[in-house]
Design a protein around this ligand. Structure first.
Ligand SMILES: NC(=O)c1ccc[n+]([C@@H]2O[C@H](COP(=O)([O-])OP(=O)(O)OC[C@H]3O[C@@H](n4cnc5c(N)ncnc54)[C@H](OP(=O)(O)O)[C@@H]3O)[C@@H](O)[C@H]2O)c1
Length: 278
């Protein structure tokens, strides 16, 4: 049975009445436990990752998450969240083999339908100013590149068999800062996101023969902890839609890219920025 076929025997009870019998409703309904799709989502505790976990979980997906902080059951109400959360610092590449082993153990031979490389950092000066190519320390260059670029490479490589078994989908979260100098995002952040966009193209090419699609989303200004306090005042007048975006609006695009609706989409980088790139 496909995700778009509502049924009474569903994980977590039947979908809302309005979904029943509607042939046009998207596949955001609960699924049979035996057919539950699984995703690994990095950085699910806040912002875009949190909204993504909520959306996928509402659609019946199993969310395996990871972040540096422990799972917060009050803020993250998705099913099995605590058991499926791995506490790890992704900027330390030596921790990645343990994470990959733990994800495989949790999957216990089941396929992985999506890997969403969302965790990222954008370090600034103590005053909140941007770090330029000449003011960024070596330690920050390394930490940013390890988290924003190296972790996605190692996770995709390490979970290749599980992704191939599901004809799965990888979504890398890049940024508008990867293609232009940004007033707040620093040089290490911007260049790591540009590299992640190139990596998306390379991976899409390499993984396509195995049925794995690889895409990126490039958010503009999205209301999360990462946004600088001045962003709304300074940048909203330059955004064609005249507002910042919400994490939910980003999650919807990630969901689309991981769904069958995007089955012929690979190697794309989708801008989500209210028209800022125009
Ligand atoms: N917000 C924007 O306007 C915007 C714009 C363009 C692109 N993006 C991109 O969107 C993604 C999510 O951004 P956001 O705004 O939602 O960020 P956020 O609110 O700061 O959340 C970042 C998430 O990543 C996790 N994380 C950070 N460092 C980590 C590490 N070393 N190891 C493991 N997990 C780590 C955090 O959890 P812990 O703290 O528990 O580790 C948190 O869950 C990032 O890749 C960012 O570059 C955001």
């Amino acid at each position: 049975m496909g995700l778009d076929q509502p049924n009474d025997d569903l994980v977590g009870g039947p979908p809302p009445q309005t979904h029943l019998g509607c042939p046009f409703h998207p596949d955001k309904v609960r699924v049979h436990r035996g057919e539950q799709k699984a995703m690994l989502l990095t950085g699910a505790s806040r912002g875009i990752g949190h909204a993504t976990a909520k959306l996928f979980s509402e659609a019946g997906w199993r969310i395996i998450s990871c972040a540096r902080q422990p799972f917060d059951g009050e803020r993250c109400p998705w099913e099995s969240g605590r058991e499926d959360h791995v506490q790890v610092d992704l900027s330390n590449h030596r921790m990645l083999p343990r994470l990959i082993t733990e994800v495989k153990e949790r999957l216990a031979g089941a396929p992985l339908h999506a890997l969403v490389n969302n965790a990222g950092i954008s370090p600034k000066t103590p005053d909140g100013d941007r770090l330029t190519s000449s003011t960024t320390s070596t330690e920050i260059w390394m930490r940013v590149f390890h988290l924003n670029l190296v972790a996605p490479i190692l996770l995709a490589k390490g979970l290749f068999d599980e992704l191939r078994a599901a004809s799965g989908s990888i979504v890398n979260v890049t940024s508008i800062a990867g293609s232009r100098v940004h007033p707040f995002a620093g040089s290490a952040y911007a260049t790591s996101k540009a590299a992640l966009a190139s990596l998306t193209r390379e991976m899409a090419h390499d993984y396509a023969p195995h049925g794995i699609r690889v895409n990126a989303i490039a958010p503009g200004e999205i209301r999360t902890d990462m946004l600088s306090p001045d962003t709304e005042a300074r940048l909203v007048p330059t955004i064609p839609l005249r507002r910042v975006g919400t994490p939910d609006e980003v999650a919807e695009v990630i969901y689309f890219l991981c769904s069958n609706a995007a089955s012929y989409v690979t190697g794309a980088e989708v801008p989500i920025n209210g028209g800022q790139h125009l």
